[in-house]
Design a protein around this ligand. Sequence first.
Ligand code: ATP
Ligand code: LTN
Length: 335
Amino acid sequence: MADAAKPILLSGIQPSGQLCLGNYLGAIKNWVGLQDSHDSIFLVVDMHALTVKQNPAELRKRCLSFVAQYIACGIDPKKSTIVIQSHVPQHSELMWILSSITSMGELNRMTQFKDKSKKHAANINAGLFTYPILMAADILLYQADLVPVGADQKQHLELSRDLAHRFNTQYSDTFTIPEPYIPKSGARVMSLQDPEKKMSKSDENLNNLITLLDSPDVARKKVKRAVTDSGSEIKLDDSRPGISNLLQIYSLISGNSIASIETEFEGKMYSDFKEVLGNSIAEFLTPIQHEYNRVIQDKSYLESVLNQGAENAYYRARKTLTKVYRKVGFISPAR
Ligand code: ATP
Ligand code: LTN
């Protein structure tokens, strides 16, 4: 698993809502593609999820379900480390150290904080504000070289890089400066009903997203209901975000280029295109769901994946944190 010759890759997803096509196309698809060439760590970031109100029983269930979905999408626990964030206490310990070198101004600029504060106006908690520091800790703790994420995480990654650089300069070389990996297409899949905003797994309107566990029929229906624009041409066009989004999704799922899809559907109607797209999404989801249903029932297998993941991650995290504590001037505890 930990292979010194390979660059280190790390990413994570919050167990809030249901994993959706946006999460898959923006992040998980690339995790799968990169796991052979990288020493990879994939987190289920349950501590991040607490920044929005959660039902404890559901959160617990969802964490396990996310692990099973990672595996069903093609993450192989024999090649990669899958970890639940709260299983490794060093994440919050490193966060505290990094908090002292992060300025309020830097956090104030984060657009996700602004967006989420608007969305959860009754619960603008300190965790929501300091969340990007925890994300930086997740990454720097494992000395990650590469972080595959969707476009919405670019700003958080820049902060992680700045903090790594700042710590290295203030003390001495300690952290690897992580590189973002943001795909050229798929980095921003848009909502089906409101294609001006991104598809988001915790959207209350489930018609806005296709989840990885939607039945084929539900997925087809959601595609059918998706907002398209006035006009009838099936063409990529910035002024028509609805059809452009569907085209991009189809291109990513089918592997066909946008140009070849435009040719395929020349002179056809939106409804023809939506039918083909709905079927291709259903076809894409079926084997994932089949594998998910197998894995989620095998509790002892999931437990062993998580135990192994936590053990491996803990060892690596402790190594970094020991170094960090020494550099900032903490005395090692007496044994
Ligand atoms: P939430 O609605 O709970 O905030 P989210 O769907 O925005 O969730 P995150 O947990 O914030 O998902 O992100 C997980 C990963 O999926 C990140 O790498 C993020 O960039 C990526 N991602 C999220 N939404 C999209 C999207 N619409 N298109 C592409 N990538 C996305
Ligand atoms: N902030 C991310 C989730 C996340 C993450 C990470 C992504 C938490 N820690 C470390 C990459 C690396 C989000 O998607 N909202």
